[in-house]
Design a protein around this ligand. Structure first.
Ligand code: PGA
Length: 255
């Protein structure tokens, strides 16, 4: 059984932070191959981080891309540019982008196609707000986001080239996490959606949990059915905590 541990550095990290990724790469050498390790730094660090991580067990991803391949879109970055810089994946539809930039699920779907066009694995994020959960709408909201953010067909119907991350907005950066039962129920819903949509291939799409994942809670969360890993924000900025989460993921691979 594989696990994915993906760090989302958000808008954190200058060139000096590459020393941290060197430590992560050193630690990753001792990791089990069943654990996929990736860091998604700010766009300014993608190329230098990809250089540092070449020939290591750590891969590099972007945090967003534009749907178009090129053109008059000041400040935006094409999926092709991320791939050219050495990225292998890209986070799409993170709640901070949905909130800060008004990104819609339809835009996320277009960006997912762009990622595939460029040969990147899309990491599509969904998750409810606290008000939506309190109103008993968490599953409905996630279902709506999945329906609209994910394309109807995968580019290759025999292979999953997609990662989904369930990130309850109220758990991001807050130190609060849902109960194991709530995570379990939501991940099962996401799995059912993927299987209904993509058939057998949908059973193999990794579903990551994100939102205040830390070394202390990672082991328990990773052990929940249909949790195939974590999308880690704050705890991915330091090698020690990121590697501790990777170690917890390794324990959960049952190998
Ligand atoms: P957090 O962020 O781990 O700092 O809560 C997770 C995310 O937003 O991807």
């Amino acid at each position: 059984m594989m696990k994915w541990v993906i760090g989302n550095w958000k808008m954190n990290g200058l060139g000096a932070a590459l020393t941290e990724v060197e430590k992560i790469a050193e630690g990753a050498a001792a990791q089990r191959p069943e654990v996929v390790l990736m860091i998604c730094p700010p766009a300014t660090l993608v190329a230098s981080m990809a250089d540092k991580c070449a020939a290591t067990a750590v891969s590099v991803g972007g945090q967003d891309c534009h749907a178009a391949e090129s053109g008059a879109h000041t400040g935006d970055i094409a999926a092709e540019m991320l791939a050219d810089a050495g990225a292998v994946a890209v986070i799409l539809g993170h709640s901070e982008r949905r909130t800060d930039h008004g990104e819609t699920s339809q835009e996320v779907r277009a960006k997912t196609h762009a990622a595939w066009r460029a040969g990147l694995t899309p990491i599509v994020c969904v998750g409810e707000t606290e008000a939506e959960r309190d109103a008993g709408r968490a599953e409905a909201v996630v279902e709506e986001q999945l329906a609209a953010s994910l394309p109807d067909t995968l580019p290759d119907q025999t292979r999953e080239d997609l990662i989904v991350a369930y990130e309850p907005v109220w758990a991001i950066g807050t130190g609060r996490v849902p109960t194991d039962a709530d995570i379990s129920a939501m991940h099962l819903k996401v799995r059912q959606h993927l299987e209904a949509r993509y058939g057998k291939v949908g059973s193999a799409v990794p579903i990551l949990y994100g939102g205040s994942m830390k070394p202390e809670n990672a082991g328990a969360i990773m052990a929940i059915a249909h949790v195939d890993g974590g999308l880690v924000g704050g705890a991915s900025l330091k090698a020690d905590s990121f590697l501790a989460i990777a170690a917890a993921a390794a324990m959960a691979t049952n190998g």
